[in-house]
Design a protein around this ligand. Structure first.
Ligand code: ZN
Length: 388
């Protein structure tokens, strides 16, 4: 049976960075957007039209960097119960985080890995939810370097490329940890790359043979430079990478996922007299400056929250990352394009990312006009994923 749906939207932001449009009739047939047309006087009365005249409709959003096994809670006791626990303990936590994402208008997510590969397994075997999740499974890091929480290192004597080729984990993409963390004490501190430029280039080729791209955690000048030159698809975090790397990313078409909200979340979760608080806020400021430059240089940005980090909750952190992008100079329409369009592209979801004829009906309805965004995303009135 054919299903047919007409929705009257007060405002539409279509995800292409076109200006918000007013009074639009959105027609959906069998879960696919058929048309967007200005509402005429005759449509106002029609009983067959769902009336969302007091709402803004935007495409479903992507959180391009999360860790489903962890909550954003600052309660260390709860965090302990989520770290390094067996799959059976992780499964309900992952399900809850997927539900929380969907409730906030996050219709697709990219999981940056966990030590046990639990998120990948859950999404493949047990998830019962419409939100679309792409997972890295277990990430790769160098021996004795940062990243134990999200992954493992290649076996002794094994190159990263061989480790990827022989792994058999069958993830949706490859996650590599390419540097250390950014410091909350020593402003702008650089850490050496975990893998060399050559190792990364070979890893990119090995991943390509599996039909996969590499998402790389990289902070600092050199780790980001070699990641971009090696052909990684996206750079995660990228704190203190320097402006030259932004130019490099623009040239190579590398996607940047700055996860600025991690610093805001962290700063809000620790006491004022903790020196790490000032450190986090300083890092945030530096990151905002880079986001602003990246926009000017035409770097492709996607929004990721690193949900699961301290103070960064699943779903409800994405609008805060959007707000930070806007503070850095993005218009609302531009940030929706980055969160919806660029996010969907990054995840390889060709049928999503915009409200346009032919796209799957994946959308978020929020109360009020575009003026109320992005804060109105705290409580969407409706979310639809591929017509459901
Ligand atoms: Zn992460």
């Amino acid at each position: 049976m054919n299903s047919f749906l007409k929705i009257k939207a007060g405002w539409i932001i279509d995800g292409t960075s076109a200006p918000a449009a007013e009074n639009i009739i959105l027609t959906i047939e069998n879960g696919v957007i058929k048309s967007l047309a200005p509402a005429g006087p005759e449509t106002a009365q029609s009983a067959s039209i769902l009336d969302y005249s007091d709402c803004t409709i935007l495409p479903g959003l992507t959180d391009a960097h999360v860790h489903l096994v962890m909550s954003g809670t600052t309660d260390m006791e709860i965090r302990e119960t989520q770290l390094f626990v067996p799959y059976e303990k992780s499964a309900p936590v992952i399900q809850r985080h997927l539900e929380e994402s969907l409730k906030s208008g996050v219709t697709s997510i990219r999981d940056g890995g966990d030590w046990g590969g639990h998120a990948l397994r859950f999404v493949r075997e047990d998830a019962d939810i419409t939100v679309i999740a792409k997972c890295a499974g277990k990430a790769w890091r160098a021996d004795k370097r940062y990243g134990k929480l999200v992954g493992r290192s290649p076996k002794e004597g094994q190159t990263l490329a061989r480790a990827i080729a022989e792994d058999g984990q069958n993830p949706d993409f490859i996650k590599v940890v390419g540097s250390g963390l950014n410091s909350l004490i020593e402003f702008g501190k650089q850490t050496p790359p975990q893998f060399s430029r050559q190792e990364l280039s070979q890893a990119v080729q090995a991943a390509k043979k599996l039909g996969l791209a590499i998402m790389i955690h990289a902070n600092g000048d050199e780790p980001v430079r070699i990641a971009v030159e090696a052909g990684c698809q996206s750079v995660e975090h990228g704190f203190f990478m320097g402006r030259d790397n932004l130019k490099r990313m623009a040239e190579h078409g590398t996607v940047w996922v700055p996860t600025a909200v991690t610093m805001e979340g962290y700063a809000q979760s620790i006491p004022d007299d903790d020196p790490k608080k000032a450190g986090a806020l300083k890092n945030l400021e530096a990151q905002m400056e880079l986001i602003s430059r990246a926009r000017e240089l035409g770097v492709t940005l996607a929004l990721g929250t690193d949900a699961g980090s301290t103070g960064v909750h699943h779903g409800r952190s994405l609008w805060r990352e959007m707000a930070l992008f806007m503070k850095a100079g993005f218009s609302l329409e531009e940030v929706v394009k980055a969160a919806a369009g660029n996010g969907a592209d990054l995840l390889g979801l060709k049928d999503l990312g915009a409200l346009a004829p032919g796209k799957a009906a994946t959308l978020v309805m929020v109360k009020g006009s575009p003026q109320d965004l992005p804060a109105s995303l705290q409580q969407p009135v409706g979310v639809m994923v591929r017509g459901k």
